[in-house]
Design a protein around this ligand. Structure first.
Ligand SMILES: O=C(O)CCc1c2[nH]c(c1CC(=O)O)Cc1[nH]c(c(CC(=O)O)c1CCC(=O)O)Cc1[nH]c(c(CC(=O)O)c1CCC(=O)O)Cc1[nH]c(c(CCC(=O)O)c1CC(=O)O)C2
Length: 369
């Protein structure tokens, strides 16, 4: 489907931005930079706005979600906004009993442990999302109208990470119940994964159609899997999830036809990088465990990469952080293109001034070369 003429990619407002060019594999003069979790708890203006509110209510308030999305763009001068929401928002909207508990994370009213539990869950019709996602479309529209030429990235959780929350009933260290269900009830597992792919795919598509210029799929927990389990029991559902946005495209002023770029990110997924690209992603996000030159080698030297500053170093003395960032940029030069990011989200206790300084460093270093 061709995005409508007012979409920031179709109208050309964001199509030539550093971020979109890099995601398409063309190295811009200056390396683009944004941070996972740049919006949120590290910012005092976010903490002020959040007093007395519940996370999921804020995600469904278009004015608040849009304002929070814009805060880090104003403050840090990053090259992209990331839509402020959460991976469990579409689960809530389809009717799953889920809350976000401060200091803990998403917690389910009831864990989905057995094939009967899966049957009950998948009876919830993902088509209800077409209407229920209206606050998300409005929030994206508001954010995009104020972001101008800075692209907004939409995001969603990958089916495995969401399914793992559903099966475990909340955060878990080893995801043992999810991995057990995968092998003990493969048919129920496939139903669960397909349903989750449809739910999260619709959430992602709504954001892109409403104005996001790129999409990122988070498979934060895929690193818990062996390569064989990932390829056989997870990757097909991730392909299905991004099929919801894979057909979205636009035409540039010179007539070139383009797809909306899709980024795929996981934590502890050094062994899975190639498979994570093969699901149909354009860009692979790399956590801090594998250096970017090695990640590029594993990806065959043809895939733009995103990452991978170690979030722990944000609280180290500046010269230590600076040396690390210069090293990440240097290794990133081996890839066709590089978008600087962290290896995972901004830790809540990060001094926001360090992030602002880091953005300037990345822009200055790339301009020197
Ligand atoms: O510690 C807590 O209080 C619960 C945190 C938590 C949430 N969702 C969750 C988790 C588990 C976790 O990340 O470990 C569950 C969650 N949300 C998300 C992921 C993916 C990932 O981080 O790898 C995950 C899974 C992470 C995991 O379990 O390892 C994604 C997410 N949450 C969020 C965003 C949006 C955004 O940052 O603009 C995004 C995506 C974009 C991005 O990374 O930039 C927003 C979010 N979700 C949440 C919060 C905290 C809410 C608050 O109290 O102010 C916040 C805001 C913030 O991080 O400061 C709740």
């Amino acid at each position: 489907m061709i995005l409508d003429a007012q979409h920031p990619l179709s109208s050309g407002v964001t199509a030539g931005s550093r971020l979109i060019r890099a995601y398409q594999g063309t190295r811009p003069d200056v390396t683009p930079v944004w941070f996972m979790r740049q919006a949120g708890r590290s910012l005092p203006e976010y903490r002020d706005l959040r007093v007395g509110t519940r996370m999921l209510d804020v995600c469904l308030d278009p004015e608040l979600a849009s304002e929070i999305t814009l805060q880090p763009v104003r403050r840090h001068g990053v090259d992209a906004g990331i839509f402020f929401s959460d991976i469990v928002v579409p689960l809530k909207l389809v009717g799953v009993d889920v809350e976000i508990v401060p200091g803990k994370g998403p917690v389910l009213g009831k864990a989905v442990r057995t094939p009967a539990d899966v049957a009950e869950l998948v009876a919830l019709d993902p088509a209800v999302l077409d209407e229920a996602l209206e606050p998300i479309r409005r929030a994206v529209g508001l954010a995009v109208s104020q972001l101008g030429s800075t692209p907004l990235i939409g995001f969603a959780g990958a089916p495995f990470t969401l399914a793992a929350y559903l099966v475990e009933g909340g955060p878990s260290k080893d995801h043992i119940h999810a991995r057990t269900l995968m092998h003990s009830a493969p048919e129920a597992w496939e139903q669960l994964m397909n349903w989750t792919a449809d739910v999260t795919g619709r959430f992602l598509r709504a954001q892109v159609v409403a104005g996001a210029s790129a999409a990122q799929l988070f498979d934060s927990w895929a690193g818990a899997l062996s390569l064989a389990d990932y390829a056989a029991s997870v990757a097909p559902a991730s392909t299905k999830a991004i099929a919801h946005v894979r057909d979205l495209g636009y035409t540039e002023a010179d007539g070139t036809e383009r797809n909306v770029p899709i980024v795929h990110f996981g934590v502890g997924t050094g062994e899975l990088l190639k498979e994570m690209h093969n699901i149909g992603a354009d860009v692979v996000g790399v956590d801090y465990r594998v250096p970017l030159d090695e990640a590029n080698r594993r990806l065959g030297g043809r895939v733009p990469v995103q990452g991978n500053v170690d979030p722990a170093l944000l609280s180290a003395p500046w010269p230590v952080l600076e040396a690390h960032v210069r090293d990440v940029l240097e290794r990133g030069r081996t890839a066709p293109a590089h978008v600087l990011n962290l290896g995972h989200g901004v830790p809540p206790e990060t001094d926001p001034d360090v992030l602002t300084r880091l953005v300037s460093l990345v822009h200055d270093v790339s301009a020197e070369n």
